[in-house]
Design a binder for this molecule. Structure first.
Ligand code: FEO
Length: 396
């Protein structure tokens, strides 16, 4: 771990995890991640904001020793998930007079997830403040970014917002502050897609509260610190808005090439109609890339062969995941080849219960796609183009 100064008496203690490649046994991490704790030394009290993943707890201790910290008065917990709160039992053991400061819901979850004593807690309500002497912490309860107990902590005098997972990136870097906007935009969009997108509605409300604050620095719990808050706030405004792009995402699997031929034809037909297309072969796709593509796309076309009586299992997984992530997709269809029959369309339609898109007539073909299938795919491309025109995504 490394200790770096954000500004006077406010330090980042980030555990960099360059080698981690999977999070929650689900989320791919092409660029590793970091678990960011922060230390604030006030004139009278010292506060630690969040801890780190338990795999890095010894690094946290050695950094606190390096900083010469003999006592911590408050451990602020913005989020109970173990990658931030997991080292809390060790910190409380090391600093026996310290108190955990969090909201009531977070306290409840911490007591379920960790071995803690209830009398170590101080609970706070929305907009309550805590004085460290010359510094004031203000707590902003912000449920569902991305658990029900999440809160943000605002350091008033230095205008720093400690935003827990919100505005974070799974991006391990030696830079304290965001440097390359293109790289961070992409990493932040991936993070939003994988972690935050299901809670788009809640986040919209929280953005209003955050925009009303005077902020110089946003210090999230993963990835580099944002010293240009407008950059990440604008990106979140865009992603959480209701607007979609003139794009079609096609997650697909093909067993013997027939469904692949259909995907290729539809891709060309859509491009000819002025529509951007992003096909993803689900046997080799990093699901983070699929999630990112779903953030903005107006339409998704699921392409699958029929295996036995339903969709290919890889497509079932992709569809289940897409439905969980709840993107703002407006239109959907299904294409694919089958051997002798099945209920592929019914199964997939029934899985999109959260997204509830408008379904365009699917194209299913028995065996090889021939001339009639080509016509049907052109008809689907026309249907998509018409819908995109009707919603103002394509010129009429
Ligand atoms: Fe980074 Fe929800 O934990």
């Amino acid at each position: 771990m490394v200790v770096r100064t954000i500004n006077s008496d406010c330090y980042s203690i980030a555990a960099l995890d360059f080698d981690r490649r999977l999070f929650d046994a689900l989320v791919p991490l092409p660029d590793g991640t970091s678990y960011n704790a922060y230390l604030i030394k006030g004139s009278q009290k010292t506060a630690l904001i969040d801890t780190v993943d338990p795999s890095k707890e010894l690094e946290l201790v050695s950094d606190l020793v390096r900083l010469g910290i003999n006592s911590i008065d408050y451990v602020i917990i913005n989020h109970a998930e173990q990658d931030h709160a997991g080292s809390l039992p060790m910190v409380l053991e090391l600093f026996p007079s310290s108190k955990v400061v969090t909201n009531e819901k977070c306290k409840e979850l911490l007591l379920h997830h960790l071995d803690l004593e209830e009398d170590r807690f101080i609970t706070v309500k929305d907009r309550e403040t805590l004085s460290l002497g010359n510094k004031t912490l203000e707590f902003i309860i912000a449920p569902w970014v991305h658990w029900p107990e999440t809160m943000l902590t605002y350091l008033r005098e230095d205008r720093v917002l400690f935003s827990c997972d919100l505005f974070g990136t799974h991006y391990a870097t030696s830079d304290l502050f965001m440097k390359d906007e293109k790289i961070i935009y992409s990493a932040a969009k991936r993070y939003y897609a994988e972690i935050m997108m299901p809670f788009r509605g809640s986040i919209k409300g929280h953005l209003e509260k955050v925009n009303a604050l005077d902020i110089d620095t946003i210090a999230p719990s993963h990835g580099p610190v944002h010293n240009n808050p407008d950059f990440i706030l604008q990106a979140y405004m865009e992603w959480t808005s209701d607007s979609v792009k003139n794009e079609v995402v096609i997650p697909y699997v093909s067993m013997h090439g027939s469904t692949r031929k259909m995907v290729d034809h539809l891709t060309c037909a859509l491009i000819e109609r002025g529509i951007a297309v992003k096909p993803f072969d689900m046997t080799v796709t990093d699901t983070g890339n699929l999630a990112m593509a779903l953030v903005d796309a107006a339409t998704v076309v699921i392409a699958t062969p029929t295996v036995l009586f339903g969709p290919h299992p890889q497509i079932v997984y992709a569809t289940y995941l897409a439905n969980l992530l709840h993107p703002k997709v407006k239109f959907a269809s299904i294409i694919g080849s089958y051997g002798w029959g099945g209920k592929t369309v019914d199964v997939l339609k029934a899985m999109l219960t959260h997204i509830k898109p408008e379904f365009l007539e699917p194209v299913l073909v028995q065996g090889l796609p021939g001339e009639s299938c080509t016509k049907d795919l052109n008809r689907l491309a026309d249907d998509i183009a018409r819908k995109h025109k009707e919603t103002g995504l394509l010129p009429s």
